[in-house]
Structure formats: C-alpha cells, structure tokens
Design a protein around this ligand. Sequence first.
Ligand code: DHB
Length: 388
Amino acid sequence: ERTRVAIVGAGPAGLLLAHLLDREGIASIVIDSRSREEIESTIRAGILEQGTVEILHETAASTRVLEAGTRHDGIELRFAGAGHRIDFAETVGRGVWLYPQHEVLKDLIAARLAAGQDLRFGVSAVALDDVETSRPRVIARGPGGERIEIEADVVIGADGSRGVTREAVTGPHGGFYREYPFAWFGVLCEAPPSADELIYSSSPDGFALISQRSPTVQRMYFQCDPDDDPAAYSESELWDVLQSRVPGTTLHEGPIFQRDVLRFRSFVAHQLRRGRAILVGDAAHTVPPTGAKGMNLAVADVVLLSDALRALLLEADERPLDAYPDRALERIWKAQHFSWWMTSMLHVAPDASPFDRARQLGELRSVVGSAHGRAYLAEAYTGWPLAR
Ligand code: DHB
C-alpha cells in the first residue's frame, strides 16, 4: 500500500496532523494498536492552552471545544496556609480551557471518519524500514495478525513514549532523560467542583492538585510514592489524604470510580528526525504532568510539522523540514523547563532537608509576590504563541 504520509498513532498529535494535512489535500493513513473505544474512553489530560483551542476551533478539528469546554482565567497556588491567585487575564490577557483530551480525540476521530479519511484501529506498528530513502515504510500487524506494509513519502512517529517509532528514529542515541522520586495518585470522583478554578497546593506532606472534568465529575491528584499500589487505599483513606493536602478548603467528596498512579519523567529525544521518519508529541518528548504541557506541546509540534510537510510535498521544498527539529526543540525545552520548574517548586522530595523546604517557600513567595513572577507563570501556563 502507498500513501503520502504514514502516521503511527491516533492520539492528539497523529490525528491533528492528519487533519491539517487533509486540509491541504495531502493524503495520509493513520494506524493505532488500540480500539476506537479504548482511545475515546481513556482519561488523560484536561487543560488546553489558548493557542491549542484556537487551532482546534479554526481548523474545525474540534467543533465542540468552545461550547463544551470551560474557559479558566486563573489558577490558585496554595502554600503555608494561604491561597494566591495567578490571574491569567490580568497578567497576560490569555486563558486556558478545561476540555478533556478524550473529548478532543472524539472530535478528531469523528472529523476524520466523516471526511472519509483512512484511519485504522487495532493495527500495531512493528518496525520502520528504509527511512533513509525517499520510500520509507511502516511494517505493521493487523487485527487478525496479518502483515501490513505502508509505503509513504514520510513516516511520522506519533505513538507516544512507549511506541516503536521513538527508538527507530533515535537508534542507540536515545535522549535526555530524568526521573523523579515521586508520582501522582490520580482519582476521578462523582462530585461537584470544590472550587471555581484549579488549586495547586504544596503542603508539608506533599503536593495535591484539585482539577475538574465536568459539573459532576472531578479529577484530583496527590503526590505519592512511584511504587504505591493504587488498590492499597480505601476510599476514605484517599479522601483523608486529599483533604489533608489542601488545608483551608473542604473538598466535596463523592464515589471514586477510577484511580491510577502516574510516574514522572522528563525526556527529549537526541534526534527528532532520521531521514524521512519524524517524531512528534510524546514519541519525541515526555514531560511530568505538573503544568499540563504534554498534549499542548504535541499540538505545537504538529502545527510546525504540518507546514514543513506542505512545503515538502506540495512545493518540493525540503528546507522547512530540515529546520523542523531545531525549531520544535526551542519550544520543547521551554516546556521542559516549565514542567520541571512547576514540579520541583510544588512537590516535596523524599530527601528534602529543612533548608530545601524553606527555600521552596521562598521561591513560591517570590513568584506570587511579584507581578513579573506571576506573569512568567501565566505566560508559560497559557502557552507561548504558536508558529503560524
Ligand atoms: C490536569 C493535569 C495537570 O497536569 C495539570 O497541571 C492540570 C490539570 C488535569 O488532568 O485535569
């Protein structure tokens, strides 16, 4: 089989890239090892930068984001017994939207299928071949175990941090890597919101984040040990931990219907491109979740890459694709820094000394107590302008 762009992975990066290419008349095939049901029901991130919302809306990748999403004009940082609002509207005149990632995926899948585009579930990439030639191929297995070969002008690795394309592109070079000595215990519960905006709370016992999904479903996280067993806590123990991490607010409790432990990692591939194979999104980089940069960074990669592919495939101009890695890496490292900074400023490392904790409170006070500090946080959180 042959197409112009073979895309491995039907997450936000792969699906949005296919959508943007289709608008330029460039055909693609998207494959994913998961089923449509699994993709549409897995609860992931929830915060979209303003630029992400604009792209989704303006290109009709999501027709629902503005009406079904909720605009947030600030967050609260809580520490040492007090809450401090970071007002995005006042500091940078931008905002974010709470709109769950799986809703973005439902919109993108619906748009693609409605346009009659090729999207295949249950098809697992096994390897990339001939990527140093102008006829790279994806080797895959179909739902019945049959071998599938897709030949293209370009192959895209959008299959996340555990996919096969990352290593196919980086080879033994791997990437920059960092692990953290803590994780998040995430819960979904049936309850009304406990606050109007998200609360990022740094308590002496560790971090907690009070987020939301809808008027009736809430998402909350607390810092835990990476080896914690999600099943080891009773519901009342979970509520005790959560309540104790957000002193000053009484959380609205309700049945907890999903729980998971998220490990924290930072990763940036040493190379984003090998010949005609290119990495985007989590295949290219991973950020720890604090600050909600993961999906937004994937969207930013794809906006740059779709322009580069248009130049290559419609105008035979290779230069934008040659420039893609360096241009993408500028934003990737800014987002890496922001995610690391929010993480290290708000969590209590297991080996933190009394000095470390006191310094951390000094850092938090210098951010909330300064118009410039608040503005940096707001600018990064709402997202740097997209290259368009
Ligand atoms: C959510 C996750 C984040 O990492 C974050 O910074 C804000 C919100 C969420 O899942 O709702």
